[in-house]
Design a protein around this ligand. Structure first.
Ligand code: TRP
Length: 367
């Protein structure tokens, strides 16, 4: 297999809304680091609009509108189109072909056990309303995404691990039946636990648009500050400044765990050298929530203001953004078509690649 030695990254997002800080610390930041490491031969980032349609069939306009939001978020955090190929899923017909064949290698029982899909079914009310077959089977289409690019590494949030696991099972099954054809991918999730699962500003398990507990990468400074000041509960037992406080489960400290560095202290809170010192003071008592929140707002602004500036630059030149997407998608069409050809050959359904089958059929008829 030609690409066996290549190191290839594929990752992606559903274009259902603007990307938020949870996406940034859980995935985007790492993508940019991997991109700039120079260690990878090819990097693809997929805007998974087909996957987004599996639970938004009645609202294609929402998906269409959010493609631009997601691309702008990518470009503004430092995804560089010269190094990473950004492409749109629905324009890659090979993915549909692969999905169709992989469906035969997965049982409905196996699909029912995918914990992420199970949770999503609950969240979306599909358990009562009826479950769209396309949504139920989207892990198969995600396996097509990953394998179509010959991805060796898939950097994702923790909730995506079951998808990579299912992809690996499909790859192993495919290769066993049809011969060594597909590349076996590995998942990569953030090392830091708080980065893996940044809670919403209200402390709820996850940032989610419907809960209104997000900080979006494109939020203005006033919105960010107000989310911190108004929505972040700290420690209910820390009533007066002099009371001892808890840092565990205190969302201000969770965010600081995920984002702040010692340099942030030098710049904005030089009375402390590091987060451990700040936490120790908070636990001892004598440190107010206001001071911690103000520091967090500064840390957030240091993270978000360059992203915001970059976003504004690209937003003023949507023609160029379109061209980036067009060129990236054209490159991805080639890449994924090549994989589909390989797959069809392995499955012996490559009838029209050449006329060899004429001889085969003639021989069958002779015998
Ligand atoms: N399921 C991913 C999400 O919900 C998006 C996605 C689609 C993806 N295809 C992918 C992620 C391939 C990684 C690799 O965020």
């Amino acid at each position: 297999m030609e690409n066996k030695q290549k190191k290839i990254i594929l990752t992606g997002d559903r274009p259902t809304g603007r990307l938020h800080l949870g996406h940034y610390v859980g995935s985007l930041k790492r993508r940019v680091e991997l991109q700039n490491s120079g260690e990878f031969d090819e990097i693809y980032i997929l805007i998974a609009d087909d996957q987004a349609l599996t639970d938004n069939a009645d609202n294609p306009q929402k998906i269409r509108d959010n493609i631009i939001n997601v691309v702008l978020d990518y470009l503004s955090v430092g995804i560089d189109p010269a190094k990473s190929t950004i492409c749109v899923q629905s324009a890659l017909p090979a993915l549909h072909g692969l999905t169709f064949y992989y469906m035969n290698l997965v049982t409905t029982a196996r699909l029912s056990r995918n914990p992420t899909v199970k949770a999503e079914i609950q969240m979306r009310g599909f358990a009562d309303e009826g479950l769209p077959a396309g949504f139920f089977a989207y892990p198969v289409s995600q396996a097509a995404d990953i394998t179509a690019f010959d991805a060796t590494l898939v950097p994702v949030g923790e909730d995506q691990l079951p998808m990579i696991e299912q992809t690996r099972e499909i790859v192993e099954k495919f290769n066993k039946i049809y011969g060594e054809t597909l590349v076996l991918p590995k998942a990569m999730i953030p090392e830091n636990e708080t980065q893996r699962r940044l809670p919403g500003v209200d402390g709820k398990a996850k940032m989610s648009k419907s809960l209104g507990n997000c900080i979006y990468l494109s939020d203005d400074p006033k919105t960010v500050a107000s989310q911190v000041k108004k929505k972040m509960f700290t420690d209910p037992t820390h009533l007066r400044i002099e009371d001892p406080g808890h840092t565990e489960g205190n969302v201000v400290f969770t965010y600081l765990d995920a984002l702040c560095t010692d340099d942030h202290f030098k710049e904005y809170l030089p009375e402390y050298s590091c987060l451990e010192e700040l936490k120790a003071h908070y636990r001892r008592g004598g440190l107010g929530d206001g001071t911690c929140k103000k520091f967090l707002i500064n840390v957030l602004e240091e993270t978000l203001s360059p992203i915001r500036a970059e976003r504004a630059k690209w937003a003023a030149d949507i023609d160029s953004v379109y061209d980036i997407l067009l060129a990236g998608t054209a490159k991805a069409v080639e890449k994924t078509n090549a994989t589909l050809s390989r797959v069809r050959k392995a499955m012996a359904i490559d009838y029209f690649d050449d006329r060899r089958i004429v001889k085969e059929w003639e021989n069958i008829l002779k015998n």
